[in-house]
Design a protein around this ligand. Sequence first.
Ligand code: CAA
Length: 388
Amino acid sequence: MFFQLSEEHQAVRQAARDFAQQELLPGVIERDTTMKFPKEQVRKMGEMGFMGMMVSPEYGGGGMDTISYVLAMEEISKIDNSCSVIMSVNNSLVCWGLEKMGTEEQRKKYLPKLTSGEWIGAFCLSEPEAGSDATKQKTLAIDKGDHYVLNGTKNWITNGGSSSVHLVMAQTDPELGPKGICTFIVETSWPGVVIGAKEDKLGIRSSDTHTILYNDVIVPKENLLGPAGDGFKFAMRTLMGGRIGIASQALGIASGALDLATHYAKERKTFGKAIIEHQAIGFKLADMATEVEAARLMVHRAAYLKDQNLDFGVAASMAKLFASDVAMRQTVEAVQIHGGYGFVKEYHVERLMRDAKITQIYEGTSEVQRMVISRAILQGQLYQPMWK
Ligand code: CAA
């Protein structure tokens, strides 16, 4: 077991940290307040290689491992979680799915645009009646010989209004249930793709979340992604990796809140000393630091297992479940340590607190993660039982 980061990993972390401080921190409060999409920032993330970190260089990607990706995600999430969710969906859902399941033509056509940041991708699984219960897809794709006709509504779509390409899960034969679901690559410029209402959200406010409608969209047969009928399994496999991305976002929120609270506690004086020297605050910070470290180990382990091509699904669910709870707890504590200052925008912790909540919801709620973990326990996949 080796707990030290390589020099390359440290360099990636430093590059992401510098980028977040220099390019994302300026204007982050205003973008959050006005819900302004970070177009310029995303373009720069593309230039820096953050939009397709794990994609092979052959398709314009960084050819990096998942550890590099989670290190970059943590640093960017300390400052701007709208940017980090855009990055996460593009990297671990859209680019990963296209590279793993796409044909050579599909990879060549879409990945260079997505890795460079010229195009942004969206992952369209959730529907009004298919959230956690994701097999209940109502979006329908009818096979018409050389093309499919797509009709349906997706909601909660991250990058919904800013994306140029969608990976859309749709039912092709309701009688087959989950085995009738397929994945399609849909360009948003095609006739019939309608970008619906933009959500006004509690957190990650400058990322754009939309309802999307597909009205008789003609999808050429060559835009079927992966084998017909494999769409649900594709979504589940892709989301396993996505959950590592969201876990690293949650970790970044928690460690960012710890950073801010520590800085403030050293500066702020009450009763004749810095508040960090009061046991009430010092112990709070000690608990926060311990939980952040535990979350980091879980996130890095899930990333490591994925890089080693080992089973990582349960580790990813555990990392997301734990890190998102840590993010929620630590941001509340960070606001408390800041007192009244924590309640105003200028000190950044209230934004992190609002951003933390979504990490317990998207890419599988905490309850869904517990379903995945408890099923693995039931099936004896996790531990060698002592009592038989
Ligand atoms: N890999 C491969 N196959 C898998 C799989 C996985 N990880 N998980 C399940 N499957 C397969 C099963 O083996 C089964 O196949 P067979 O019938 O051949 O055996 C099939 O898929 C159905 O599986 P289940 O019976 O386990 O399905 P279920 O209905 O009980 O649901 C669930 C399981 C874990 C709850 C799943 O529905 C789920 O993960 N729901 C949450 C969906 C989600 O995360 N949505 C996030 C939206 S995307 C988003 O948030 C992105 C964003 O914008 C930020």
